[in-house]
Design a protein around this ligand. Sequence first.
Ligand code: ATP
Ligand code: MG
Length: 459
Amino acid sequence: MKTILNFFKKIIGSARSEPGPVATQVKVFSRAEHNISRSQISENALKVLYRLQNDGYEAYLVGGCVRDLLLGREPKDFDVVTNADPDQVRKVFRNCRLIGRRFRLAHVHFGREIIEVATFRGVGEEQNDNQVLNKEGRLLRDNVYGTIEEDVWRRDFTVNALYYNIRDFSVVDYVGGMADHKTGTLKLIGDPDMRFREDPVRMLRAVRFAVKLGFKLDSDCEKAMHNDAQLLSSIPSARLYDEALKLFLSGYALQTFEMLRHYGLFQVLFPATENSLAVEENGFPRLLLIKALENSDNRIADGKTVTAYFLLAAFLWEPVQMLAKEKITQGEIEFMAYQDAASEIIARQVRSTAMPRHISMAMREVWSLQPKFNLRIGSKPSRLLGHPRFRAGYDFLLLRAETGGVDPELADWWGRYQNANENEQRKMTQPPRNASNNKAGRKRSYHRKAKSSASNTDS
Ligand code: ATP
Ligand code: MG
């Protein structure tokens, strides 16, 4: 107990600002006082815990898995924390790889399942090579090892800082996480403003957990979020891309979107989209995006897959439309205007969230298929049907049709065309009877028509 009190004294003494309400007592909830049973824990995670324990180390489950097990939910993954350092962990497990620079971790591999094993993080007495802050106070590297009492301070929310001890199956709570769990509150450990400065991604995590768990943010955390949203722009774009995917492919994309906007975080992640929302016309731009988010949530609820590129295509569709229209009024040819706008918008977006090339290519394909849906005569429809991205392109067309961006009759036609047999398909793609009998004339007028309707515009 003395060491714990000293530890918190040390924190209070060394913090630049007053830390938030941190419990100064450790509470241990025995097996009878909580609902986590070993039958809910992955066998591989148990193996890791027991093996570390047998080799004389401390071993706990920690983080999201403990939080989710307490709520009776199936955890996404199981994270282990120990007093063994990464090299010692590697000696215990043959099937182990060390990863990470910002945080050095061990990954223990069991076929497709990976159990992440971290070493207790310490609170550095002073900065050294192992713990590096930038001038805004952001942690760039954090490889100081410590004890469980110190590790708890490194964690973000009190409900994420509960430790399940394999030695006696108890839950160890240093920060009042169990009480916050009961009231459904997300509370940062320590002073929220300081914790967000250390790592602004914690603001995105706050939104993700609030939505996923149905928890409310505690009022100090909320206040700090309103003030600190812009700090997020200092985070490397690759990390923001990963976080954005977690946020939007979680099955709660719509609620997440609303909450991110509420705290001014969305505009840091998707600035061009935020701008396009500000100038919405008849609610259409916003509707397309909302519909896309809703569809994606429904698909996840039905156990179907969702793809990042489809959702990103929806996020950036309106910015591309707006920029292309601007270019057309400046005299650019329609086709080129859309191509250039797509390139420019993607180039701007990757400054915020650096998406992999195959994702941006797939997005562009979904967009460039849109004008092709207007070509319904001759052999083009059957060729389009064979396009590898036809399905995504068609789903995007449905989205536009549902939200007033394109005539629903067009989407209907493509629905019927896909399900028709060959004979019916041939009939559907014949030129209209009253077309000119002169073959050359017909060809010319068809091309004219195709050209005028092959724009990307929502009309
Ligand atoms: P999920 O269900 O998404 O896996 P999680 O809480 O387990 O949620 P992880 O990213 O797996 O999230 O992190 C595991 C634990 O590590 C967290 O519960 C938290 O204690 C700690 N942690 C992760 N990221 C941060 C961070 N940016 N700042 C402080 N602590 C963090
Ligand atoms: Mg986790």
